[in-house]
Design a binder for this molecule. Structure first.
Ligand SMILES: [Zn+2]
Length: 413
């Protein structure tokens, strides 16, 4: 390229820059009209790069909020209903249906932000009033009783719609149908670090207890079955729920076993139980709503007798392994109940919140109630922990034999 041509090119490029309209600052405000239900509330929402600070919306419409312990799931409750948002997900659950936002719930500094279409797609369901947007700067709120929600049912969502791939992450592994038995098992000791999980009267922490059980189980699986075992954490540190299933997916695990200890408000509640996925949005919303209401009364959690529901986050991907997960769960539950001599609370299907999840059969085991004084004493005993690990091992070995013999039904796939 000659110097003249080069100069010409530079001039050409700079003229494009000069002619281009000034870059949009991306900042503005949305004026709220008709919000007579919340006197004294701010009449504008600050808009930056097409996003709104969620807390501004919460204040403007006097919504109640409740976030799970891990800070990944947020429920909003208003006069018209509730909705559930998940960090990094564009999906919002309300009235048993999903709205898909143009971009995910995200953090900006210490605040959560949502895209502008949250106002029209989700807010009406929560405040019970219609919302219309004129351009990007005027929002008009209708009278009570006009808030509708055009959500879509789970079966109509694009598969893995909840999966937001991060730039630095490897693409999720696809697990082939397993015909040769278990090769890789990922064991997930619940909680860790700042998340202690349930704490017993005598001070037993769930996070320490479940790690101890999982370490014993790991050795059994490796030594007796020659299976590769990966732990989602091997010491007392925090691991996010998404990371846990990502570890399983990236290791192409054939089975994911999350181990927890349970808690209940009534001390006498005891026993072991095994969960696998279910999707029952209305139950989920109802139970979460009850928790929000109880908290407002100063009572933490759910008044109903029974375990406090764990903040279990499963992905829709798990739905395709629901049959196998159920078969693992029933083996594990049977084995634990018979060898531990505790109340058999059975196999249960856990409420689902949609997030990045396991792409393999996956179960969650509640090995006992840390809030039951007698069970807490047992759970602290090394011999009892070994019995739990052995019971889990026996069930996994039995499942493995069934896999090799081709006896595991996979008709859910
Ligand atoms: Zn737990």
């Amino acid at each position: 390229m000659s110097s003249t041509t080069r100069i010409g090119l530079v001039l050409f490029l700079s003229s494009i820059l000069l002619l281009a309209p000034p870059a949009q600052s991306g900042a503005g405000t949305v004026t709220i009209a008709g919000n007579d239900a919340t006197p004294g509330a701010a009449a504008v929402l600050n808009l930056s790069d097409g996003r709104l600070i969620l807390d501004d919306i919460v204040k403007a419409f006097s919504l109640r909020t409740s976030m799970d312990l891990l800070g990944e799931r947020l429920d909003l409750v208003g006069d018209g209903g509730s909705c559930r948002l998940l960090l990094d997900s564009p999906l919002v659950l309300s009235r048993g249906l999903f709205a898909v936002l143009t971009s995910p719930l995200d953090t900006v500094g210490n605040s959560l932000s949502v895209p502008l279409d949250f106002l029209t797609k989700v807010l009406p369901a929560v405040i019970g009033r219609a919302v219309s947007l004129k351009g990007e700067d005027l929002m008009t709120v209708g009278p009570p009783g006009t808030g509708s929600f055009n959500g879509i049912p789970i079966e109509d969502l694009p598969r893995h719609a909840s999966f937001i791939e991060r730039d630095h992450s490897r693409p999720p592994a696809v697990t082939e149908k397993n015909i040769r038995g278990l090769r890789v098992v990922v064991l997930d000791p619940g909680h860790g670090g700042r998340s202690s999980g349930a704490i017993g009267k005598a001070g037993t922490k769930e996070k320490a207890l479940v790690l101890s059980v999982v370490e014993k189980l790991k050795i059994m699986l490796e030594d007796d079955m020659g299976i590769k075992v990966v732990l989602t954490r091997s010491a007392d540190y925090f691991v996010g729920l998404k990371e846990r299933t990502a570890i399983a997916n990236n290791n192409r695990a054939d089975l994911f076993v999350s181990v927890h200890a349970n808690a209940a408000f009534r001390e006498r509640v005891n026993g072991c139980e095994t969960y696998y996925l279910s999707f029952s949005a209305s139950d989920l919303e109802a139970s979460q709503l009850a928790q929000v209401e109880n908290r407002a009364l100063g009572i933490d959690g759910n008044l109903k007798e029974g375990p406090i529901l764990e903040a279990i986050l499963w992905d829709m991907a798990q739905m395709s392994f629901i049959n196998e997960s159920g078969q693992v769960a029933s083996r594990v539950q049977k084995s634990m109940a018979s060898s531990l001599n505790v109340r058999n609370r059975g196999v249960r299907q856990a409420p689902l919140a949609v997030l990045v999840g396991a792409r393999m059969p996956a179960i969650l085991v509640e090995i006992g109630f840390i809030t039951n004084p007698a069970e807490e004493i047992n759970l602290n005993r090394d011999t009892y922990q070994t019995r739990i690990a052995r019971a889990l091992f026996d069930a996994i070995a039995d499942y493995n034999r069934a896999l090799i013999r081709g006896e595991v039904r996979t008709d859910g796939q």
